[in-house]
Design a protein around this ligand. Structure first.
Ligand SMILES: CC(C)(COP(=O)(O)OP(=O)(O)OC[C@H]1O[C@@H](n2cnc3c(N)ncnc32)[C@H](O)[C@@H]1OP(=O)(O)O)[C@@H](O)C(=O)NCCC(=O)NCCS
Length: 167
């Protein structure tokens, strides 16, 4: 039986092993990791997909904020990493993980969603776009077209210039 569990129920070493397999061991240099620094994944929005005790995939969400030049701070939720075991990718597990997280986010998220990801995937299936993020900046290199966001749970997206960082 395939089931969702809170990510906190999974051995952290097993999660790290899956992330190494999906992203490669050099993943820590990515800009997304700077946004997670010092923080803790949001337990209510982070899940594992498990079948018979085997870890198929994971999704994490992290608390970040958009800080405008005028000092305005807007809480956001950063989605990712989303990872599916390489040998079973393209079997619908990534979509299932995202759908499960979005369902929880519609009740639990304390800010709109943002992520660094492929618009061809996250736009096509889940409504993420780069429409609001053109004036956003990140503490590291990124492709503008891959900086995506989406309103959720009544939280609108800030469109003003601002720096995204941990909160
Ligand atoms: C990206 C990822 C989470 C998707 O999960 P998945 O279970 O492999 O994909 P799904 O089965 O849910 O979705 C498959 C569909 O999405 C498409 N798709 C998958 N990854 C894509 C990508 N990066 N860009 C565009 N389309 C993509 C497939 O072509 C397929 O479309 P189709 O149904 O028309 O053939 C998974 O492939 C993965 O872990 N990749 C490596 C890590 C990564 O890049 N994570 C995302 C950044 S946070």
């Amino acid at each position: 039986m395939v089931e969702f569990l809170p990510l906190t129920a999974i051995e952290p070493a097993a999660v790290e092993h899956l992330l190494d397999a999906a992203f490669g061991p050099d993943r820590f240099g990515r800009t997304a990791y700077r946004l997670r620094e010092g923080g803790t994944a949001i337990a209510a929005l982070s899940f594992a997909l498990v079948e018979g005790g085997a870890l198929l995939g994971t999704i994490q969400c992290w608390p970040v904020a958009h800080r405008g030049a005028d000092g305005t701070e807007t809480p956001l939720v950063m989605v990712g990493p989303v990872a599916v075991r390489p040998d079973i990718q393209r079997g619908g597990h990534g979509r299932a993980l995202m759908a499960h997280m979005l369902d929880a986010a519609e009740r639990e998220a304390d800010g709109a969603l943002m992520m660094i990801g492929d618009p061809e995937y996250y736009g096509r299936f889940f409504g993420f776009t780069a429409d609001a993020t053109g004036a956003w900046d990140l503490p590291g290199p990124f492709e503008k077209r891959r900086l995506l966001a989406r309103a959720v749970n009544g939280h609108a997206l800030p469109v003003a210039a601002g720096m995204i960082g941990p909160r």
